[in-house]
Design a protein around this ligand. Structure first.
Ligand SMILES: [Zn+2]
Length: 511
C-alpha cells in the first residue's frame, strides 16, 4: 500500500485547525445533517436526565480519539485524506476539561476519576478522599443512589482499579485493592461488570473472600457467558465477569479478543437490561486499556480499545434514541497517556496509518511469544534471525534479504538499516533478562521498563505510520468532553474536570 501523497504545510495546518476546533467547545452542527450512519445522534434538551451514561476512555485525549478516526479513514480510503468519524465525536456538544490534580499537572487515574466522580482535587493515588486523605466527599453515584437511581459500574479492567473505584469507594491508596473491593461489595450498587478483582482475598490471601461478601450481600456473581447473556431486570444486583480475562484480571485487548468474546458493548447492553427502571439509572463505563496501551506505546492496541469504547457508546446512543428527552450521554477521558502524536520526527508531514493493520497482536501477546523463545533458547545461542518469522507474522516486517521485500506493495514493511540495528540492540537487551539489563537514562527513554524488543517493534511500526510518543506515563493534555441529550448544553466550553461533577449535580437537581 502506498503512502498518501505528501500534504502541503498549509493544507495540513488547515486540517489541524479544523480538527482541533471540533474539540474546543464549538457546537458541532454536523450531527444535525449527518443521517447516513447509524445510530442517529439526537438533539440536546435542558431537561433533568433520568438516564445518565458517563463513558471514560482511560488515557484518552484528542489524539487517541483522532488516531482511531485517522486509522479507519485511511483503511477505508487509502487515496484520500479523510477521517472516519466515531459516532460520539458527532455529539452536538463538545467541551474541553483540564486534568491537573492537587499535586501534579500529569495526574493519575485515581485523582482524576475522583475529580469526575466527586468534584474535588486530591493527591495522585487517592480514591474518593479530599487532599487531607480523610474527608469523604459524596460522589455523584452516592447522591443519585439516594435519589432512587440504580447504579451501574462497568470497566474493561479489574473493578477494583482506580477509575471504577472512584465511583463507589473511598481509600487513601489506590493499591488497597482488598479494601476497595470490600467497599464495592458493601456499596449496594446495582450492576458491576467487565473485569474481575485483583486481590479478592487480601495480600496474604487469608482474608474473607470478597466474592463471598458479594454473595452474602445479595449479588449474583457470574462469569458464565450464557448466564450473563440471560441477565435481565429480575436478576437483582449483579457482578458479571468476562469469562475471557488477559493481564491483571482485565478483559483482553480488543485486538487480541476472540471473535465471540463478550466485549464492552455487551456489558453495556446487559447493564441496561439489568438496571433500567422507573426511577432511572447512572452508568459509568470505562475502556481502561487505552491507558495501558498508551503506557506501552502500542498504537494499534490503543486504537482498537478506543473503537471498543465507541461501540459501547453506540449502545447508549440507541437507548437514548428511545428516551431522547430523558437521557444524557457523556464521553470523556481522565487524562492523556503516552504523549501520543499524529506525525513524528522521521515522517515529517507524512502519515501511513494503513501500515498498522499489519500488527495482529498487542504488546502483551507479543511479550508472551518473546518469553516462550527465551525459555527454550540458551542466551548464548539466541539470535534475532530466530525471531524474524514471529515479527513478520505479527507486524508484517521483512528484511531486504526476504524474498517478499521485492514486491512493491511491501516496500513500507521493509526494515531499514537504522530500524534493523535498533531491533538488534533491543533483542540483545531483551535476552539479558530484567536484572542484568542496561539501567541508563538512554535505556529508560528507549524502552520505558517494557520488554526492549516488544516496545521497539511497536515504536518502529508506529513511527512508520507517523505516530510519535513522548512518554511512558500520563501527560497534562486536556481531555475532550462529548455530550448529547438531556442537560448536554451545560458541557460546552473549556473548564476543569471537577466541573463535570458540578454540572451533573446541577442538571440532576442534587445538593
Ligand atoms: Zn487513567
Amino acid at each position: 500500500m502506498k503512502r498518501p501523497k505528501k500534504l502541503s504545510i498549509l493544507g495540513l495546518s488547515i486540517l489541524l485547525i479544523a480538527s482541533s476546533l471540533t474539540g474546543c467547545g464549538v457546537k458541532n452542527n454536523e450531527s444535525k445533517t449527518d443521517q447516513n450512519s447509524s445510530p442517529q445522534i439526537t438533539q440536546t434538551t435542558s431537561k433533568k436526565p433520568k438516564y445518565v451514561f458517563t463513558f471514560i476512555g482511560d488515557g484518552m485525549s484528542y489524539t487517541q480519539v483522532n488516531a482511531a478516526q485517522v486509522y479507519n479513514g485511511t483503511i477505508k480510503n487509502s487515496d484520500k485524506v479523510e477521517v472516519e468519524r466515531l459516532e460520539f465525536t458527532k455529539f452536538p456538544v463538545v467541551g474541553s476539561a483540564t486534568t491537573q490534580d492537587a499535586t501534579s499537572f500529569a495526574p493519575d487515574s485515581a485523582s482524576t476519576a475522583t475529580a469526575i466522580s466527586s468534584g474535588i482535587k486530591t493527591h495522585s493515588g487517592v480514591i474518593g478522599l479530599k487532599a487531607d486523605k480523610q474527608s469523604k466527599p459524596e460522589s455523584i453515584t452516592e447522591k443519585l443512589k439516594k435519589e432512587g437511581y440504580k447504579i451501574g459500574i462497568v470497566s474493561s479492567v479489574s473493578l477494583d482499579h482506580a477509575t471504577p473505584a472512584a465511583f463507589y469507594a473511598h481509600a487513601a491508596s489506590r493499591s488497597d485493592y482488598y479494601d476497595i473491593a470490600t467497599q464495592m461489595a458493601n456499596s449496594n450498587f446495582d450492576y458491576f461488570a467487565g473485569g474481575s478483582l485483583l486481590s479478592p482475598k487480601g495480600e496474604d490471601e487469608k482474608q474473607k473472600d470478597v466474592f463471598e461478601t458479594l454473595k452474602e450481600n445479595g449479588y449474583k456473581v457470574t462469569n458464565d457467558k450464557n448466564e450473563i447473556m440471560s441477565l435481565n431486570s429480575d436478576s437483582g444486583k449483579v457482578y458479571a465477569i468476562n469469562p475471557e480475562l488477559q493481564d491483571s484480571s482485565a478483559m483482553s485487548y480488543n485486538l487480541d479478543a476472540k471473535e465471540d468474546s463478550l466485549k464492552l458493548d455487551d456489558f453495556v447492553k446487559k447493564g441496561i437490561d439489568v438496571i433500567d427502571n422507573e426511577d432511572g439509572f447512572f452508568m459509568m463505563v470505562e475502556s481502561g486499556k487505552i491507558d495501558w496501551a498508551g503506557h506501552a506505546n502500542d498504537a494499534m492496541s490503543n486504537i482498537k480499545d478506543v473503537e471498543v469504547l465507541s461501540d459501547a457508546v453506540n449502545v447508549a446512543i440507541e437507548f437514548a434514541n428511545k428516551h431522547p428527552q430523558e437521557t444524557l450521554i457523556l464521553v470523556t477521558g481522565d487524562h492523556e497517556t503516552g504523549g501520543m502524536s499524529i506525525g513524528q520526527a522521521t515522517t515529517g508531514y507524512d502519515t501511513a496509518f494503513d501500515i498498522l493493520k499489519n500488527q495482529k497482536i498487542s504488546y502483551v501477546k507479543l511479550d508472551e511469544l518473546i518469553n516462550k523463545y527465551k525459555e527454550k533458547t540458551p542466551k548464548e545461542k539466541a539470535k534475532l534471525e530466530d525471531i524474524l518469522p514471529i515479527i513478520k507474522e505479527n507486524f508484517g516486517f521483512i528484511t531486504l534479504s526476504d524474498k517478499d521485500a521485492k514486491k512493491e506493495e511491501n516496500s513500507n514493511l521493509v526494515l531499514s538499516d537504522y530500524e534493523y540495528k535498533k531491533l538488534a540492540k533491543a533483542f540483545e537487551e531483551s535476552m539479558k533478562g530484567d536484572d542484568s539489563r542496561d539501567k541508563s537514562t538512554e535505556s529508560e527513554i528507549l524502552y520505558g521498563g517494557y520488554d526492549p524488543l516488544s516496545v521497539t517493534l511497536t515504536h518502529i511500526i508506529n513511527n512508520k505510520a507517523g505516530i510519535g510518543w513522548t512518554s511512558y506515563s500520563h501527560t497534562g493534555v486536556p481531555v475532550p468532553v462529548y455530550a448529547m441529550g438531556a442537560g448536554a448544553d451545560k458541557f460546552s466550553g473549556f473548564y476543569d474536570n471537577t466541573d463535570i461533577f458540578n454540572k451533573l449535580v446541577e442538571i440532576c437537581g442534587l445538593k
